[in-house]
Design a protein. Structure first.
Lengths: 257, 535
């Protein structure tokens, strides 16, 4: 079983710095961590590898310092890392990111399963997994909380839905995004840390992956961030008076500003 | 009562009759001073009636020192300002705090380098200037780390608290550079470290009002182990050390200055699991000999691990605990502090080799290099005492007389294997349920007897007393970090003997002639009533 896990570098705190021009997060690698949802994807991949054999490749697009997080993933059970890093990839929205990641998948070679976290805690879009699957032309299941069965041909899982759950089977190769209910990520061992320092972790530029730079980074991003801001917390409370219809009218007035 | 700050005790204050020892006391009145002036007014009022005063902070203590056995409960939770900052010529920083500052809040303030605006308004110019430099300086930290981060600084000083990192950094004591103290009558004492020293065993102090206090210090020699048992006494000692760890019996701390340390660039936690307890103990002995800058060496026995396994399965609150590998009978937690990443890796891999040398495996370890992973290991460590408390609370429902019996004793390095064998043999002989964990780097284990019924409780108490006798005979301490409080009074007498207890009582009379402060802490009331006479 050949599994690819996509991981993203996210800030470790809420106090992020934003680029005044592009309004995107400045990622300098200083206080960054693996997106927490992705750690569950990595753990699930390692569990499957332990059951069925195979390899786990971790894939990321980011600044060169992201290699540190890929090696962290290697210490937790992955076998090799691939980093897509180039100025041409900077400022990407989810469409450009998923295109770029698809080029990384091509570098990884044949695969059976791709696992992503269901969303990143900085962007909160939950779009990368599904968009990557569409770019690659493979089926996907989002928000998986449990894998019931998996073999070389297919995967059966439980998907979380609004107000319920759904049991689905999908042919492989496929992509799933996972929620935090799916497992409890392991901590690395000293042996794992030793392995991670020398394990293969390859960086690729836009040229090396033959990227169409019209589809990467800011150039390939139809979504532009106009403004980012921290909502003002006013901490005010208003007591509503009157009958139910009167109170409903007051609430409507608040909503309409 | 004339002073409106002294409130008659009623059931609304019931929580203030307890601490984490699970002992419940009683009180006639309570107060929550917010500043020195209020404190002095309260003390002067209480001095007029010779009312016993029990000082309280976060009530996280395990020896019942903050549990009032009558009289007045003086609670410092509202006296919680950071009052200043200082940088000395060597570049070291010191923070000045009132006693009610909670450790977790202090940590956040130091980490963020932000202090409450309301408190900053009262800072002097030199403190504000130091703050400007502090904001740009490498991150600083206050090293003592008791398990309960909701402890107050005043309480930590009163019992000379320590925590896991005391293996490298020591307890609270060396980090206290100034104390402002109130005596029972409202007079005050101010002292900086290095300002006043005893001459041999005679100490002379002058209060802020000019009153001279002369006293003979007790004549005992303290154990050469980690120790929080009774007064800190040695020849020519610094006077400030007498009040640190004095369990609120000599004077009341109303302000303290704490020395800070630069935070190491890398702090990595490592949990190592073993199939045999002897392997874990062998690792501790090797690490002590061969590895530098290990801040903490902690132990968990098979029973503690079994409790955690059970909690993870049965309680959703503990579901996030990392799963301990099957077959593991003991664990050692170590914390590597390093100046840079290269050195941290060198120490980590050196540790790996030592694990192999004692028959363990590098695969059977958890390494926490990120904040999220460190939080998981902290959760794991703290889940043990929490789970034991829950277990005892559950049993108390059917056996109300039982309590947790947890030791706090330390022994010399050379005795580690011997004391482990002693604990195991005696627990087995008595057929008692137990869990052992704690600061094995300092040969300081918390042996927790888990009584199932009243008979177990009685047997456990007898065993506890026997261990106090044996540990004392080995040159150890009956309390290494929790303090003596009210629960270990008999053990302190076992450790030092009745003559030295009488000396302690006699010394206390010089500071607290009416026996108001910390009554029943360190020694029984009858000792004071006997006038400090030797038996």
């Amino acid at each position: 079983m050949k599994i690819i896990v996509c991981i993203k570098q996210v800030p470790s705190t809420n106090e992020v710095r934003l680029d005044p021009e592009t309004h995107t997060i400045i990622r300098d690698g200083g206080q960054s961590v693996i997106n927490p949802f992705d750690t569950y994807g990595l753990e699930e991949a390692v569990i499957i590898k332990e059951q069925l054999g195979g390899t786990v490749t971790v894939l990321s697009m980011g600044i060169p310092a992201t290699e540190r997080l890929l090696r962290d993933a290697l210490s937790r059970g992955a076998d090799r890392g691939i980093l897509l890093t180039d100025r041409a990839f900077a400022g990407a929205d989810t469409l450009a990111t998923s295109y770029t990641l698809s080029l990384g998948v091509a570098q990884a070679g044949a695969f059976d399963l791709i696992i992503c976290g269901k969303m990143a805690v900085d962007g909160d879009t939950a779009q990368i997994g599904p968009e990557l699957a569409e770019t690659l032309g493979i089926p996907h299941i989002a928000d998986v909380k449990k894998i019931i069965a998996i073999d070389e041909r297919q995967l059966t899982c439980v998907k979380v839905m609004d107000g319920g759950e759904q049991e689905l089977t999908v042919s492989l190769p496929a992509l799933i995004t996972v929620s935090k209910d799916i497992n409890m990520p392991r901590l690395p061992s000293i042996a794992g840390v030793r392995f991670s320092l020398d394990a293969p972790c390859q960086a690729y530029s836009a040229v090396e992956v033959k990227a169409d730079t019209g589809r990467t980074g800011l150039n390939g991003s139809p979504t532009q961030v106009v403004r980012t801001f921290t909502p003002e917390r006013r901490g005010e409370a208003v007591a509503l008076q009157g009958s139910c219809p009167e109170q409903a009218a007051q609430i409507l007035a608040v909503i309409n500003g | 009562m004339a002073n409106q700050l002294i409130k008659p005790f009623n059931e609304d204050f019931a929580d203030y009759l307890r601490d984490e020892s699970r002992i419940t006391g009683q009180a006639d009145s309570i107060s929550f001073p917010k500043n020195k002036q209020e404190l002095i007014g309260i003390l002067q009022e209480l001095a007029g009636t010779n009312t016993p005063i029990t000082v309280q902070g976060g009530r996280t203590g395990l020896a019942a020192a903050a549990v009032p056995f009558g009289g007045h409960a003086l609670n410092f939770m509202r006296m919680d300002a950071v009052t200043g900052l200082r940088k000395d010529q060597s570049g070291r920083y010191y923070v000045r705090v009132q006693p009610g500052v909670v450790l977790s809040k202090l940590r956040k303030m130091l980490e963020s380098r932000k202090f409450e605006a309301a408190h900053l308004q009262s800072w002097d110019q030199s403190s504000l200037a130091a703050l400007t430099e502090f904001a740009r300086a490498p991150e600083q930290f206050f090293s003592p780390d008791p398990t309960e981060a909701s402890a107050t600084i005043g309480g930590m000083i009163a019992c000379n608290a320590s925590g896991a990192r005391s293996y490298l950094y020591g307890p609270v004591r060396p980090y206290i550079t100034q104390l402002k103290l109130a005596l029972a009558d409202g007079d005050t004492l101010t002292m900086c470290r290095g300002q006043y020293h005893a001459k041999g065993r005679k100490l002379t102090l002058t209060t802020d009002s000019g009153r001279v206090i002369c006293c003979d210090l007790p004549s005992y020699e303290m154990p050469k182990t980690k120790n929080a048992s009774g007064y800190y006494i040695e020849d020519n000692m610094d006077a400030i050390d007498l009040f640190i760890g004095s369990d609120g019996t000599l004077a009341i701390i109303y302000e303290a200055e704490l020395a800070l340390l630069p935070l190491p660039a890398r702090i990595w936690g490592v949990s190592c699991f073993f199939t045999q307890e002897s392997q874990a103990i062998a690792l501790v002995e090797l690490v002590r000999e061969q590895l530098d800058r290990i801040a903490a060496i902690e132990f968990f026995d098979r029973d503690a691990l079994a409790i955690l396994r059970r909690q993870k399965e049965e309680s959703t609150a503990f579901a996030a605990l990392p799963a301990v590998m099957p077959g593991m009978e003991a664990a050692i937690y170590l914390e590597i502090h390093a100046e840079d990443e290269k050195i941290a890796y060198e120490r980590l891999f050196a540790l790996g080799k030592l694990i192999g040398a004692v028959g363990g495996r590098e695969d059977d370890t958890w390494v926490a290099r990120t904040a999220a992973d460190r939080d998981r290991l902290v959760f794991f460590r703290h889940a043990v005492p929490e789970s034991v408390n829950m277990l005892i609370d559950q049993r108390k429902k059917t056996e109300p007389t039982i309590t947790k019996l947890g030791t706090d004793m330390s022994a010399p390095d050379s005795e580690l294997s011997n004391i482990m064998t002693m604990y195991r043999q005696m627990l087995m002989e008595k057929g008692l349920e137990s869990a052992i964990w704690g600061h094995i780097g300092d040969n300081h284990l918390h042996v927790n007897i888990l009584p199932r019924n009243a008979a177990d409780q009685l047997t456990g108490k007898e065993l506890y007393q026997q261990w106090a006798e044996r540990i004392s005979a080995l040159g150890g301490a009956v309390s290494a970090e929790h303090g003596v409080g009210k629960l270990k009074v008999s053990f302190l007498e076992t450790m030092y003997g009745s003559d030295h207890i009488a000396e302690m009582a006699a010394m206390k009379k010089n500071f607290d002639p009416q026996y108001q402060l910390g009554r029943d802490n360190l020694f029984a009331a009858r000792r004071f009533a006997e006038g400090g006479e030797r038996s």
